[in-house]
Design a protein around this ligand. Structure first.
Ligand SMILES: [Zn+2]
Length: 217
C-alpha cells in the first residue's frame, strides 16, 4: 500500500521475480477486465469513461475473480487493492471463506513534494513507448526521444493538479485502510520510506519478506 509515486509497482515487479508470488495490480486487472468485454468489463467501462471512481462492489468482484484464477503456490502480492475500508472488509470476508488469511501488509510512504516531483517529471514517446524523466532520466535533447526523435509528451494524469488530487483521494480513502491494518494484532507489517533509492528500498523489503517466511526462487 502507498500513495501514487511511492514506487509500489516498481518494487512489486522485483519482489515477484525474487519470491515467485503472482503480482495482482488492480490497475492492470481492471483494464484487462474492461478490455475483455465481459458484463463486469462493460460496467467498469461506464465508470472509467465518465472519469468516475469505480464502486467498491465492482472492484471487489473483479479482484476476487482474479485472485481465484491466480492462486499460485507462493501466494499473491496485491498492489493497489484494497483501496478503501469497505474493500478491505470485503477482502477479509473472501479470504476467510477461502481459508487463506493475509500474511503481511507492506506500507510504502513518500513525501508529497517528492511524489509530485517524480510523477510530474515523467515524459514518454507516443511513437515508440520509451519513458523518460526530465530530472532523473532526461533525453539527450529536451523534449525529443533519443531512440526515434519523436516529440515527448506528458500523460494528462501526470499533470501537477491531477497528481495533487490523486494524493488527496489517497489520504481520504486509502490512508484509513493503513490504520485498519495497523489496529489488527498478529498481522505482519513493514513500513518503508519509498522516497529513498529504489535499490535500498528493495533490500529492506527483501529482508522483511524473508523474515515473513517467503523463500527466494
Ligand atoms: Zn521514441
Amino acid at each position: 500500500m502507498g500513495p501514487p509515486g511511492a514506487g509500489k509497482g516498481t518494487q512489486a515487479k522485483k519482489l515477484v521475480e525474487r519470491f515467485g508470488m503472482v503480482h495482482l495490480s488492480s490497475g492492470d486487472i481492471l483494464r484487462t477486465e474492461r478490455a475483455s468485454g465481459s458484463l463486469l468489463g462493460r460496467k467498469l467501462a461506464q465508470y472509467m469513461d465518465a472519469g468516475k471512481l469505480v464502486p467498491d462492489d465492482i472492484v471487489v468482484s473483479v479482484m476476487a475473480k482474479a485472485m481465484t484464477e491466480n492462486s499460485g503456490e507462493a501466494g499473491l502480492l496485491l498492489d493497489g487493492f484494497p483501496r478503501t475500508v469497505p474493500q478491505a472488509e470485503a477482502l477479509d470476508a473472501q479470504l476467510a471463506r477461502a481459508g487463506k488469511p493475509l500474511d503481511a501488509v507492506v506500507v510504502m510512504t513518500a513525501e508529497p513534494d517528492m511524489i509530485v516531483r517524480r510523477i510530474t517529471g515523467r515524459r514518454s514517446c507516443p511513437a515508440c513507448g520509451r519513458v523518460y524523466h526530465v530530472e532523473f532520466m532526461p533525453p539527450r535533447k529536451a523534449g525529443e526521444c533519443d531512440a526515434c526523435g519523436g516529440p515527448l509528451v506528458q500523460r494528462s494524469d501526470d499533470a501537477e493538479a491531477v497528481v495533487r488530487d490523486r494524493l488527496a483521494t489517497y489520504n481520504r480513502q486509502t490512508a484509513p485502510v493503513v490504520d485498519y491494518y495497523r489496529r489488527r494484532s498478529g498481522l505482519k507489517r513493514i513500513e518503508v520510506d519509498g522516497g529513498r533509492d529504489a535499490d535500498d528500498v528493495l533490500a529492506q523489503l527483501t529482508k522483511a519478506f524473508e523474515s515473513f517466511g517467503a523463500s527466494s526462487r
